[in-house]
Design a binder for this molecule. Structure first.
Ligand code: FO1
Length: 319
């Protein structure tokens, strides 16, 4: 592991929810304060209880603040559910579990948005309030909403993922509004200034593709001289567990091999990190790669992987 002063910064990470938040926490703990910027998927955002909900921003925010619920991966540790319970008793919708602490954040964010703040400004105020040294940037300020095409018709992402538990058969995705989104100055500047760009082990189709769908974002990464390294979300030849795995199967991605991911990110990557359990696939990869333990549990394993990712990126700069 390189000493902190040898790691080139600033570092920009592209992240979705839980997997992204874990690596981001490791990167933050490894880098000097303020050296990390995380660009986060907002395709999962939706309106609920009259509030704008930003699941991936909040998962990254809570993860970097160390206040996340490690069991669910989303939401707050030590959460209470008074409002949800009462809402349900009054006949309101309770399929999407907003806890009391989480709700407080949403009330504030909504007030700021109603006052005219951008999503980027709200994320910055919240990360400062939770003493997070890293910058958290929504992929854009305009609403982009992932729409899932199913055999039962089109469903907004959270309706499909949480309310319907991915039961309808999956047919495809549209990132509604992506065409009209613009690169925010903060996202553009962070990518242009980056010494390393890391694509976190988030779902490439659900979590990273919406980010790359923001017009100009992919091109800005491609124009960067910084090495771009993706960390595989695959362990042992398999994608995520649970409903996401069903969705991936229905998308036709039967072989969740590291090569599939590399090909998906064609033209973007300088290097790839795969799990040591997939080491047998390493020789198929058409770019520099590193096989290591990518499973992140506690902070030490997140930090160890982060240090390896940074070191690997640095080796690509030298080469
Ligand atoms: N995921 C669930 O499976 N059930 C929930 O009730 C739920 C509530 C929730 C509340 C706030 C938040 O920020 C995230 C929440 N998530 C919940 C997670 C989230 O909707 C998805 O895991 C992501 O969108 C997928 O990346």
């Amino acid at each position: 592991m390189a000493p902190k002063h040898e790691i080139p910064s600033p570092v920009v990470a592209l992240a979705g929810g839980v997997g992204g938040a874990k690596l981001a926490a490791g990167l933050q703990a490894t880098l000097p304060p303020g050296a990390l910027t995380v660009i986060v998927n907002t395709g999962d955002d939706f309106e609920h209880w009259g509030l704008t909900i930003c699941p991936d921003i909040d998962t990254v925010l809570y993860g970097l603040a160390g206040v996340n619920n490690p069991q669910t991966g989303w939401g707050r540790a030590g959460e209470t559910w008074g409002v949800l319970t009462e809402t349900e008793r009054l006949g309101g919708e309770a399929w999407f579990r907003l806890g009391d602490k989480d709700l407080a954040l949403h009330l504030l964010r909504n007030r700021w948005l109603n006052e005219g703040a951008t999503l980027t400004e709200t994320a910055d105020r919240l990360r400062r309030a939770l003493a997070v040294p890293s910058r958290i940037l929504p992929m854009c300020n305009q609403p982009v909403r992932t729409l899932v095409h199913t055999d039962e018709g089109d469903l907004p992402f959270q309706d499909y993922f949480v309310r319907r538990r991915c039961e309808p058969t999956f047919r495809g995705l549209t990132f509604v509004g992506a065409g009209k989104a613009t690169l925010s100055p903060e996202v553009a500047e962070s990518l242009r200034a980056a010494a390393q760009i890391i694509i976190c082990p988030s779902n490439p189709y659900l979590s990273v593709d919406p980010i790359l769908a923001v017009p100009g974002l992919k091109e800005t990464i491609q124009a960067s001289a910084a090495p771009v390294v993706a960390v595989s979300p695959i362990v042992g030849g398999r994608a995520l567990k649970g409903p996401a795995a069903k969705m991936m199967r229905e998308m036709g991605y039967l072989e969740h091999l590291p090569l599939t991911i590399v090909e998906h990110y064609a033209g973007l990557l300088d290097g790839f990190i795969l799990d040591q359990q997939d080491r047998a696939e390493q020789s198929r990869l058409p770019l520099p790669s590193l096989a290591t333990d990518t499973i992140m549990t506690g902070l030490p394993s997140k930090q160890r992987l982060a240090a390896e990712v940074l070191q690997f990126g640095r080796s690509l700069m030298a080469g």
